[in-house]
Every structure is written in C-alpha cells, then in structure tokens.
Design a protein around this ligand. Structure first.
Ligand code: FPP
Length: 247
C-alpha cells in the first residue's frame, strides 16, 4: 500500500473543539504556602497563559475560562479589588500576545457592574483582537449560567412584545441564538480544577451534552500535562447525545 494511503487509516481519537474551564483552587494554593489568597490568583494568571498557549498549539476552536462568577461579589472587598486590578493588568499585558497568536478575546457576563477602568480595558481588548481568526478565547466575568438564561429570556420576551416573534415559534434552536457564545462550536468538554465536583452556575444551557472532567490539581498547578490528561480522558468517552450505542 502506498505510504500516503497508509496514513489515512491511522485512527485519530476524537478531540474537543471547545473546552471550558472552571479555574478553582487559587486561594487554597496560596494558603497552603502561608500567603495571601491574591498571590494564588497572580499565579493563576500564569496557568491562564499556559492554557491559552496549549489551546492555540492544539488548534482548539474555543477556550472559555470562568474568571469571576456572579457569586464572587460575596468575597471580602480587598480580594475583589485585588482581582479587578489583576484583570486590568492582565488585559494590558496580554493583548499583544493574543494578537500575535491570532486569538480573539471576548468577555461574557454582565460587565456593567465593573468599574469604568476595567470596562474600558475590556472594550479596548475586544476591539483590538476582534479580527483575529484563530482561537476564540472567552473569559466569563461577572457571569452566571442563570443570568445568561434570564438575559436570553428577556431578549425573546422583547421580540414577542415587538411582534417579531410568536411564542409558538420559541424552541431550542431559537433559544440557542440568544445565550452567550451562540456563534461558537458547542462546548465539548468542561474541566474543573480544585477538587470540587460541581458546576457552580457556570454555563448551564451550553453544557447539556458536554463531557465533564474533574481534577484535584489546584489552578496555579494546572499545566500542559493536566490539560493533555483531560483531552486523553475525553478521547475515551463515548458520546451518545441521548442515543443508544449502535452495537
Ligand atoms: C477560583 O479560585 C478563582 C477565581 C475566583 C479567580 C480566577 C482568576 C484568575 C485565574 C486570574 C485572572 C484571570 C484572567 C483571565 C485575567 P478560588 O479563589 O475560589 O480558590 P479556593 O477554592 O482555593 O478558595
């Protein structure tokens, strides 16, 4: 058999196109070292860089990171302020690198609650990367899965009120068009670090058929090996989407 035909018979395990990550464990990582929690968040930025670089290298379509949930406002004010400063600094320092790697950045969530400086940085970073056609990087900030569903319901209610849509026309396909990331490949895999086995109001609608991967590794220790391990676990999963096994 000619060499080029042989190549086409090699089995390539399925790999996810869109990975979403709940980055948990920064606080514990810092406390384990007798340091303030914000030190863990600062180290967490390095893991964000590693994860983005891995996603670019593996040619994923999209990477979605849960950076700040709607519930995180309940943390001590010092930690929130430090996190906001860290977001600003990270946006300032990373946009050039994102552009160099053809990454398009979007923030998903209700950003209107953030301070003017952060809102301005978000707007600018999104604008500077909007023409990039490689990895779609989504940062969920002041995001909640329930908030996402409610904002979608509100959009449809407005369309009904304006006579553009009839309630009978509302179905799953129509609703898919109004939740965050509707233009992207569906989320194939959700990874959660930090040892907890829950979704914590992250993407709810979007992960109906996603595979879930939990690891005890704390986010600042998340590296290429752990990411690779998650992809290997994904490759072994049988995704049936509600159907039965054909065998
Ligand atoms: C969860 O760990 C982590 C967060 C709430 C913040 C995540 C932020 C970063 C990784 C840094 C900046 C990211 C970007 C994208 C600019 P935790 O504090 O809940 O840890 P714990 O469970 O150990 O308390």
């Amino acid at each position: 058999m000619p060499e080029n035909q042989k190549e086409s018979t090699i089995f390539t395990p399925p790999s996810p196109r869109h990975v979403a990550i709940i980055m948990d464990g920064n606080g514990r990582w810092a406390q384990n070292r007798g340091k303030l929690r914000i030190f863990g968040h600062q180290e967490g930025v390095k893991s964000v860089r590693r994860a983005v670089s891995f996603a670019v290298g593996h040619r994923l379509d999209a990477l979605t990171l849960y950076a700040f949930s709607s519930e995180n406002w309940n943390r001590p004010i010092q930690e929130i302020s430090a996190l906001m400063e860290l977001f600003i600094r990270t946006l300032d320092s990373e946009v050039k690198v994102l552009c160099k790697n053809n990454v398009r950045l979007r923030i998903i969530g209700d950003t209107s609650r953030f301070g003017i400086r952060l809102q301005e940085r978000i707007r600018r970073s999104e604008a500077e990367t909007c023409d990039n056609e490689g990895l779609a990087l989504n940062i969920a900030a002041n995001y909640g899965g329930r908030w996402d569903i409610i904002q979608g319901v509100r959009q449809l209610a407005n369309q009904v009120q304006n006579g553009i849509l009839h309630p009978d026309q509302i179905n799953e396909d129509v609703f898919c068009q109004v939740v965050c990331m509707n233009e992207l490949t569906p989320v194939d895999l959700v990874i959660r670090t930090g040892g907890e086995h829950r979704i914590s109001n992250f993407l709810l609608w979007q992960i109906a058929y996603s595979e879930l991967f939990f690891t005890d590794v704390l986010w600042p220790d998340f590296d290429e090996t752990v990411f690779e391990g998650a992809l290997n676990a994904f490759a072994k999963r049988e995704r049936r989407f509600g159907k039965t096994n054909p065998e």
